[in-house]
Design a protein around this ligand. Sequence first.
Ligand code: UT7
Length: 318
Amino acid sequence: MRIPDIAPGGKVLALGHYQPSHVVTNDDLAKTMDTNDEWIQSRVGIKERRVAPDGESVEDMATIAGGKALAASGLSPDDVDLVIVATCTLETQIPNASAVVAHRLGITSPGAFDVNAACAGFCYALGTADAAVRAGTARNVLVIGAEKLSQWVDWTDRSTAVIFADGAGAAVVGRSETPGIGPVVWGSAGDKSDAIFIKDRHDSLHQEGQTVFRWATTALAPVALEACARAGVDPSELAAFVPHQANLRIIEAIARKLGADKAVIGRDIVNAGNTSAASIPLALSRMLERGEVQSGGLALVLGFGAGLTYAGQVIEIP
Ligand code: UT7
C-alpha cells in the first residue's frame, strides 16, 4: 500500500455567489401576513431577502455560484477532483445536487456528494474539502452552499416565512504551502433535534425560535473561541467574523463574546435573509466584492442550525 502525496495545507483559492433577482421586502410580506417592518428588523435584522421563482432550483443556483468561484480561481474544470454541495432544501431525494452541478460545469467524473448539516453545512463541507486536499485525495475541491428555503416554508406562518430566503455561495479549495484553513471544530446537540424540523415531503419548516436562540447565544461563543485556539489565532488578529446569518441579534451576541475588536462582522442577513448553508459563503463573497474585507486577512466562519449542528474554522480570505 502507498499513501498519496500529503499537502502541507489547504486554502480557499476563490469565492463566488449567486442570488435570485426577485427582492421581497418586509413591507411586501406585511401585505399577506400579520407582520411589519419594525418587528422583523428589530427581532431578526432583515430588511429584504431574495426568493427564487418556480423553476429555479437549488442545482441552478449552485451551478452559477460554483461556476463563478471556479472562474475566479483561474482553474479549469479538469483541475477539480471533488464537488461537495451543502444543502438541506433539495426538491429531489436522488440524484444528489453535486453530481448534477459538476456535470453542468463540465467537471468530468469528480467525486460528488451532498452534505446535510443544515445551516452548518458549508463549514462541514469546507472542513471535509480541506482534509481531502491535505490527504492528497483531491487536488482541488469545489464546495458550494445552496438553498431554496422558500419552497420549504409555509408562507402563512409569520414565524418562519419572514426569516428564510434563497441563494448560493461557493469556494474553491486547493493545496497550499502554508495552511490557509484552520482545523474545523464541529459538533452537534441531537437532544435538540426537535427544535428545527421538516417532518416529510408534504411538511414545511418548523422552528422553536427561542430554544434555538438561547442555544446559539450561549453554546456557540466557546466553539468560536476553540476554532481560533486550534488555528493558533488570537481573536484580536481576525479581520472578519462571518457566522451563519440566522439572526442579527445572535450574530452580535456571539461577536461581543468573541472579543474580535478589529474584525468586520458579517451582517449580510440585512439584505440576504437567512439562506441556511449558503449564508456564509454568500456573505463572505459579497463582503469581498464590496471591498469590506481584503484578501489575505483571517476570517472566522461559524455555521449552526438544525440537528442541532455546528462547525467553524479560521480561514485566510482569498
Ligand atoms: O438558521 C437556523 C437557526 N435558527 C436560528 O438561529 C433561529 C433562532 N431564533 C430566532 O432567531 C428568534 O427566536 C426568532 C426570530 C425566530 C423569533 O424571535 P423572538 O424574539 O424569539 O420572538 P418570539 O418567537 O418569542 O415571538 C415574540 C412575539 C410573539 O407574540 P406574543 O406571543 O408575544 O404575543 C409572536 O407571535 O412575536 C410574535 N411574532 C411576530 N410578530 C410579528 C412572531 N413572528 C412575528 C412576525 N411579525 N413575523
